[in-house]
Design a binder for this molecule. Structure first.
Ligand code: GTP
Ligand code: MG
Length: 207
C-alpha cells in the first residue's frame, strides 16, 4: 500500500472523545521507549508526525492519525514507565484499558517489543489480556538494526517459543522492523491493507 496522506487528527485522554468515524484503526502499544512513535513516522514517511524522544514517557495521550483519508493509526503512551507518578500511571492505565475494551473501530493492536530483550512479563501479560478481551493483535519487533541477522533469528524464535510454552497454542503474527534503517515497512503496510480490505468486504459495523 502506498501512503498518499497522513494527518494528525486529535489527541485526548478518553475513548469517548476519539473520532466518531467508522474507519478501521490500528493501535501501537508497548513499553515506553520501544519505538512506537518512531515506527509510525517511518510508516508514513514523515520525520515528526508523531512526537518521539530518547527519554521514555514522551507520548502521553491517545493520538489519532488519519491515513489515506480512510483508516487511522493510533499512537499510545507506553506502559511500564517508572518515572511518571503513581497517580499518572493509574490514569494512563485506565484510559488505555478503556480504549482497548471499548473502541469498536480498533481492528488490530500492534504490540511492540524491543528485539534485544528477552520476553518481559509486562508484555506477555498484556498480550494475554488482549487475548482475554478478544482484541486481535500482532507483535512488532523493533530496533532490529541493533542486532546481527543470526541474533535476530534467535531472539524471534526464543520469543515465539516462550509464547507457545505459556499462554498460546499458535504463534501470533509478527514483524521485524527498524525505524532507523526503514526496514519492515512494506510487510506491515501490506498486512494493514489486507485487513482494511476484509473490513470493507465484510461491511462490518465499526461503530
Ligand atoms: P514513549 O512515547 O515514551 O512511550 O516511547 P515510544 O515507544 O514512542 O518511542 P520513540 O519512538 O519515542 O523512540 C524512543 C527512542 O528509541 C528514540 O531515541 C528513538 O530514536 C529510538 N528508536 C526508535 N526506533 C528505533 C529503531 O528502529 N532503531 C534504533 N536504533 N533506535 C530507535
Ligand atoms: Mg511515543
Amino acid at each position: 500500500m502506498k501512503i498518499t496522506s497522513a494527518e494528525f487528527v486529535m489527541s485526548n485522554s478518553s475513548v469517548a472523545k476519539c473520532p466518531k468515524e467508522a474507519l478501521p484503526e490500528y493501535a501501537f502499544i508497548g513499553r515506553s521507549n520501544v519505538g512506537k512513535s518512531s515506527l509510525i513516522n517511518m510508516l508514513v514517511n514523515q520525520k515528526s508526525l508523531a512526537k518521539t524522544s530518547g527519554r521514555p514517557g514522551k507520548t502521553q495521550l491517545i493520538n489519532h492519525f488519519k491515513i489515506n483519508k480512510n483508516w487511522f493509526l493510533v499512537d499510545l503512551p507506553g506502559y511500564g514507565y517508572a518515572r511518571v507518578s503513581k497517580k499518572d500511571k493509574k490514569t494512563f492505565q485506565k484510559y488505555i484499558t478503556e480504549y482497548f475494551q471499548k473502541r469498536k473501530q480498533l481492528v488490530c493492536a500492534f504490540v511492540l517489543v524491543d528485539i534485544r530483550h528477552e520476553p518481559q512479563p509486562i508484555d506477555l501479560e498484556f498480550m494475554e489480556w488482549l487475548g482475554t478481551n478478544g482484541v486481535p493483535f500482532a507483535i512488532i519487533f523493533t530496533k532490529a538494526d541493533k542486532l546481527k541477522p543470526g541474533a535476530i533469528d534467535r531472539q524471534v524464535q526464543n520469543y515465539m517459543q516462550v509464547l507457545l510454552d505459556t499462554a498460546w497454542e499458535e504463534s501470533p503474527t509478527y514483524f521485524i522492523t527498524s525505524s532507523t534503517h526503514r526496514f519492515g515497512k512494506e510487510a506491515l503496510l501490506d498486512y494493514i491493507e489486507k485487513i482494511n480490505t476484509q473490513v470493507n468486504q465484510n461491511n462490518s459495523t465499526l461503530n
